[in-house]
Design a protein around this ligand. Structure first.
Ligand code: GLN
Length: 550
């Protein structure tokens, strides 16, 4: 039997943030539901080699893969929707592609040829796509091309897709996710911007097979016909994708439009019948839509103010992980964003925190907002409010403990003040050299590492095992010199690296606090809709208990 290998390219029209990532994930999901092995890829047009060197307010969360690659937040959506772990083969940027072509050229891999932007860059991209499909042993790959059609940045990737289609006409399919605005003064949904986007796509030699029409409300027949007529597709290929309350409804909505079957037909494939996992997904999506009772969580961070807007994208995986654990416990996670800087100084509105069922301090970098976070953590500890610290949120919890319980008033991290006498969080040998040499891209402690758990602790009981593998992204570590002193005063390091040198989890016993725990790693990257993360589950459970007790 001939091996199946099909490529679906998803591009965006009219505006950025139109929902390409969720569309890509959802298309993958529905094809899985028809029994196919699916993988997903993201192509980002920027020159950065990875997303790790960008501020999250620029680009949203940096999603870390198991193998340590620092990627785009959409990779997280693919992992969660497809319930799979992706690798660095599934992610590329313009920078990454050029870097490898240039490295190959220096190694004479092109055997004396003149190396050109076209075709060598598209060939490199095609090789990378095929390599990812091979490694994932997938039959269908859904490839999201970042950016919006019509901009200069992603032209080469569209050229790649075109070249692939010419060689494999039955195996390549294009979907454009485009936006249909309804201007408030006009009161009518407008198709023209999408018509222009499709023309822009046509000018690269690509005709979309499907138009995924994003809008406030569902498209009517008139709009479908108009788009079909002017964009050269049959009306059935215009898929209405109105705003939904819950992203988990998107695959189901696509299926109502029979998108899965339509795609399979185009690719000359047949449905293999409904997968068992699809039923579970639908049940989860239904539950997600029905939970009403709230568990109120404050997230204290600094990466959500962009101009006049609050954008929580920087913490996307944390948000999702909290939601999953809440939904599985029959609750709706009500998340409130609190800016760390507002909790600095004497008049900090700490009393506000009493109204929350739980407080979370997520990962972060640098010194801005740190004093505010420390005040919040102290308040959570002293008032027995469930506290969950992730990465920086764990390091700061340890620093807070050193300051206020051990009495080291100048306790801090080298990242904040290298001159302090009590560097409770410090840099380890290997990282020193990276810092000195300015080797700062992709050089943190990244990806999956094992942690050994201490019996009977919150962490060990939550996981129900003695060792775990979790994803990391940090440069600094709890200073081993202080571990003894901290433990003597009651802090428990319930997770450590197998050699016992790196502190992976810190917590307080439940006899003194209902839930006070921090992880050096990022458990949010492992949370899945159908398989919520044990530590998030335990945190939400403690938060629900606090809500009930009040
Ligand atoms: N800034 C800290 C470090 O580099 C924590 C990083 C994080 O929270 N992801 O160690």
């Amino acid at each position: 039997m001939k091996k199946i290998r099909k490529y679906i390219f998803v591009v965006g029209g009219v505006i950025s943030g139109v929902g390409k990532g969720i569309t890509t994930s959802s298309i993958g999901k529905i094809l899985q539901s028809h029994g196919y092995r699916v993988t997903a890829m993201k192509i980002d047009p920027y020159v950065n080699v990875d997303a790790g060197t960008m501020n999250p307010t620029e680009h949203g969360e940096v999603f870390v893969l198991k193998d340590g690659d620092e990627t785009d937040q959409d990779m997280g959506n693919y992992e969660r929707f497809l319930d799979t772990s992706l690798t660095r083969d599934n992610y590329m940027t313009t920078g990454r592609v050029y870097l490898s072509v240039i490295q190959k050229e220096r190694a004479l891999a092109y055997k004396g040829k003149c190396v050109q932007v076209v075709p060598h860059i598209p060939y490199e991209v095609i090789d990378r796509i095929n390599n990812a499909v091979d490694k994932a042993n997938a039959e269908i790959v859904v490839i999201e091309v970042g950016g919006t059609v019509g901009e200069y940045e992603n032209i080469l990737f569209l050229e790649t897709a075109r070249m692939l289609k010419i060689k494999n006409p039955d195996d390549v399919l294009f979907a454009i996710v485009s936006y249909l605005p309804t201007p408030s003064k006009v009161g009518e949904m407008k198709t023209k911007p999408t018509q222009h986007a499709v023309r822009a796509l046509n000018s690269t030699g690509i005709q979309p097979d499907f138009i995924i029409a994003r809008s406030d409300v569902a498209l009517d027949a008139k709009r479908k016909e108009k788009l079909a007529l002017f964009c050269n597709v049959i009306p059935e290929s215009v898929i209405s994708a109105p705003d939904v309350d819950s992203i988990y409804d998107v695959p189901g909505n696509f299926e109502k439009d029979k998108l899965g079957e339509k795609i399979l037909k185009r690719l000359k494939l047949k449905s293999r019948g409904e997968s068992a996992e699809w039923k579970e997904w639908k049940a989860f999506a239904r539950k997600a839509g029905n939970v009403k009772d709230e568990v109120r969580i404050a997230i204290v961070g600094k990466y959500f103010d962009t101009g006049d807007y609050v954008l929580a994208d920087s913490y996307l995986s944390v948000i999702e992980a909290l939601k999953y654990s809440a939904i599985h416990q029959g609750k709706k996670a009500k998340l409130v964003w609190l800016s760390a800087t507002t909790f600095e100084g004497k008049d900090a509105p700490l009393a506000e925190l009493i109204g929350f069922d739980g407080i979370l301090v997520p990962g972060g970098f640098g010194s801005r907002g740190v004093e505010g976070k420390l005040n919040v953590i102290r308040f959570a500890r002293e008032h027995k409010i469930p506290y969950f610290g992730i990465c920086y949120g764990m390091q700061l919890a340890v620093i807070e403990y050193a300051r206020n319980v051990l009495g080291f008033k100048d306790a801090t991290s080298r990242e904040i003040d290298s001159k302090s006498k009590h560097l409770i969080v410090d840099i380890m040998e290997g990282q020193k050299e990276n810092m000195e040499k300015g080797n700062l891209g992709g050089s943190m402690r990244l990806g999956a590492y094992e942690a050994v758990l201490k019996k009977g602790t919150i962490a060990q009981r939550a996981y129900g095992k003695d060792s775990v593998v979790e994803r990391h992204r940090h440069r600094f570590e709890v200073n081993p010199e202080y571990v003894g002193a901290l433990e003597e005063k009651g802090l428990v390091f319930s997770g450590m690296s197998p050699d016992g040198r790196l502190m992976e989890i810190a917590e307080l016993p439940t006899s003194v606090h209902p839930f006070f725990l921090g992880t050096q790693f990022h458990p949010e990257f492992e949370a899945r809709p159908l398989d919520p993360h044990p530590i998030f589950n335990a945190f939400i459970k403690a938060a629900i208990a606090r809500g009930k007790g009040r």
